[in-house]
Design a binder for this molecule. Structure first.
Ligand SMILES: Nc1nc2c(ncn2[C@@H]2O[C@H](COP(=O)(O)OP(=O)(O)OP(=O)(O)O)[C@@H](O)[C@H]2O)c(=O)[nH]1
Ligand SMILES: [Mg+2]
Length: 360
């Protein structure tokens, strides 16, 4: 006789503290397994209750954990308990002792989709942070990327190699954007000490994330903050002022800053417009030619020396901050994709495209 597979227990809400944690029990015997542990009003078995009715009761030995239960079918039951790790962990432990198997939500998603692209889009949707990125992932969930891949395959099989290559190139050109639907763009603010980097990151994210002080050398560690620019997820990093000093802690801060700069997708170099322009400033720009140049403190009288073009900003008056946000958005995504466009967003999709392009 075939043995029945164990009931799966999947946590559908994010791990960690929250108001409510939702567990799904799925598989043959799911409602029966919950019945063994659930006692609601009148102690009527779950199976005898109408489907989809919300039932309040308790789970486990008295006094039990307060839960709300919904039987979608005999093979699928939702259980909502208090948020936080303890309640869900206790319920999972009891169910596992009775033969259930805990399944990670990512694996549960894969089991529920025939197409790996739909499964990947479903999982990525749970990880994405902005509405725009979610809309693009939703397009992939609804088949935009699958249709594009099918078209490539059809073109290649039909001997239309050039069409296939063109379509592959189009998709690969969007790969960087696709990667950032879940991973934020890394934007690093750098410059000499006291030029206003921390003030600027605070203005960009809209709250006082980094310490601002009139003494140079205030920021030593890398301070990060996440925001959305034009709907794209961005991680800003504030760094220690770049200079060569004797203080060991400051030197360690500068080394950290330099490492962060190497890892950046966009560097915003900040210069204090109210201070004189030095040769060291020019050298800094030459070291980071792709950078976005900002001249800060433009509410103050300008310092001596002619300086290269850049965006004038002031956190005191707000001048140039909106323009800086737009400039960062334009640099990261110069050519925003139209709605509904196909976009690869996972490593295995890029592997497929690269392998397929070698075959055509
Ligand atoms: N008037 C004026 N002052 C500013 C502006 N931006 C920053 N400041 C002042 O400049 C000083 C240094 O600002 P910070 O933001 O701490 O500079 P920083 O580049 O992060 O400095 P370090 O962390 O030491 O490298 C503080 O006294 C700020 O209040 C501005 O736009 N206008
Ligand atoms: Mg600082």
């Amino acid at each position: 006789m075939l043995q029945q597979p164990p009931v799966k227990v999947v946590q559908l809400t994010s791990p960690g503290r929250g108001a409510v944690t939702t567990l799904l029990l799925e598989g043959p015997g799911a409602a029966g397994l919950l019945d063994t542990n659930f006692w609601g009003k009148g102690n009527r078995p779950l199976k005898s209750q109408p489907a989809d009715r919300l039932l309040f009761g308790h789970f486990g030995a008295e006094p039990g954990e307060e839960v709300v239960v919904r039987r979608c079918s005999d093979e699928s039951v939702e259980l909502h308990c208090h948020g936080g790790r303890a309640a869900a962990a206790m319920i999972e432990k009891v169910l596992v002792e009775q033969g259930a198997r805990v399944v990670a939500w990512q694996d549960w998603i894969v089991d529920h989709h025939q197409d790996p692209i739909t499964a990947a889009a479903h999982a990525a949707l749970a990880e994405t942070r902005t509405e725009r990125a979610a809309a693009i992932l939703l397009d992939q969930y609804h088949g935009a990327l699958r249709r594009a891949l099918d078209e490539i395959e059809k073109a290649a099989l039909g001997g239309r190699q050039q069409t296939a290559e063109k379509l592959i190139a189009e998709l690969l050109a969007r790969a960087e954007l696709g990667r950032h639907l879940v991973q934020p763009w890394r934007v690093v603010l750098a410059g000499r000490p006291n030029v206003g980097k921390s003030s600027l990151i605070n203005a960009l994210v809209g709250y006082p994330r980094a310490i601002v002080h009139h003494a140079p050398g205030t920021t030593r560690d890398v301070v990060t903050a996440c925001a959305a620019i034009d709907g794209w997820p961005v991680e800003f990093s504030d760094t220690a002022g770049l200079h060569s000093g004797d203080d060991a802690i400051e030197r360690a801060g500068v080394e950290l800053a330099e490492r962060k700069l190497l890892d950046a997708e966009l560097v915003v170099l900040v210069f204090d417009r109210s201070a004189a322009w030095f040769q060291a400033d020019r050298t800094l720009i030459e070291s980071w030619p792709e950078t976005l140049v900002v001249h800060s403190k433009c509410d103050l009288p300008p310092g001596a020396g002619s300086r290269p073009s850049g965006l004038a900003t002031s956190v005191s008056t707000g001048q140039g901050i909106e323009a800086l946000v737009c400039a960062i958005g334009d640099r990261l995504v110069p050519d925003p994709p139209p709605p509904g466009v196909a976009m690869p967003f996972a490593a295995e999709q890029l592997d497929w495209l690269t392998r397929f392009s070698r075959l055509t």
